[in-house]
Design a protein around this ligand. Structure first.
Ligand code: NAP
Length: 279
């Protein structure tokens, strides 16, 4: 039979455990002494994630295709007092992925977090009229490269005995956007990649989750915000919170997913869109 006293005792125990475990009490930050690799991190969502992980105590390796963007971002974040380094990495190029891993290992010889933000959409047009080159480019960058990069980093996460991977999909995985057919498909594939990798890597204590952003205010989304009756117009009607998202809306969730507070969460696709596609 239920007894109020037993219930209150359980609540007191849980509350004490949460307080004892709260990593946010660490003055060096919840992610102190951790190393994070963030792809596509010189602008938009990737930049916000890199900054937030570094603010929360991690050393962050930033990267993107262009040297000047990497140099500018490293200088800017170091100027904010954050621990960052950087290197060029076009995620579709094997030699660049290897260079990124080598750069990350320079810090302390291991890696804790991988956030795969880099993504492309080179075509606005119909799925069946997309050329083979367009299919290859989108699937290579958006779907294959996170898995290939992770396969290089995995032994260095295993050295730590745990790790966290965050993929970045899109709301278009749930509600496809007209004229972004192959991109929609690539982002849907990431939902499956998340669940499959979570299953495969949980015995190694590596958690894999996925951010699923709606319309977020970045260079990438500006292309859609300009159109009449565009994807953005459609999304404005669906969006319950009635504002465009900011990159920081994604960054806080990425930090939480990396933190020990999320140690029981894996295989989840987390929508950050101002609405739920399930409602
Ligand atoms: P963004 O502001 O345009 O930033 C893209 C970043 O990725 C830049 O740092 C860019 O720098 C880098 N990049 C581009 N291609 C790359 C490649 N092949 N290899 C490595 N780095 C590359 O874009 P964003 O809006 O933050 O988008 C980030 C991710 O969120 C993408 O995967 C996108 O699909 C997803 N997303 C965005 C939205 C949105 O509304 N913004 C919504 C849903 C999903 P360089 O030019 O120097 O390479």
């Amino acid at each position: 039979m239920f007894r109020a006293e037993t219930w209150f005792r359980a609540q007191r125990y849980l509350s004490a455990t949460v307080q004892r475990n709260s990593c946010w009490r660490n003055p060096k930050g919840c992610l102190a002494d951790r190393v994070a690799v963030v792809t596509g991190s010189t602008s938009g969502i990737g930049l916000a994630v890199a900054r937030r992980l570094a603010q929360d105590g991690a050393h962050v390796v930033v990267s993107s295709r262009k040297q000047q963007n990497v140099d500018r971002t490293v200088a800017m974040l170091q100027g904010e007092g954050l621990s960052v380094s950087g290197t060029v990495c076009h995620v579709g190029k094997a030699e660049d992925r290897e260079r990124l891993v080598a750069k990350a290992l320079e810090h302390c010889g291991a890696v804790d977090f991988l956030v795969c933000t880099a993504g492309v959409n080179p075509l606005v047009g119909s799925t069946l009229e997309s050329s083979e080159q367009v299919w290859d480019k989108i699937l290579d960058i958006n779907v294959k490269s996170p898995a290939l990069l992770l396969s290089l980093l995995l032994p260095h996460m295993e050295k730590r005995g745990s790790g966290v991977v965050i993929l970045v999909s899109s709301i278009s995985a749930y509600t496809p956007i007209v004229d972004l057919g192959v991109y929609n498909i690539s982002k849907t594939a990431l939902l499956g990649l998340t669940r499959t990798l979570a299953l495969e890597l949980s015995p190694k204590h590596i958690r894999v989750n996925c951010l699923v952003p709606g319309m977020i205010n970045t260079e990438f989304s500006k292309a859609f915000q300009g159109y009449e009756d565009s994807a953005w117009d459609q999304l404005k009607k669906t969006n319950k919170i009635q504002r465009i998202g900011q990159p920081e809306d994604c960054a806080g969730i990425a930090s939480f997913l990396c933190s020990p507070e999320a140690s029981y969460i894996t295989g989840q696709n987390i929508v950050v869109a101002g609405y739920s596609p399930n409602l």
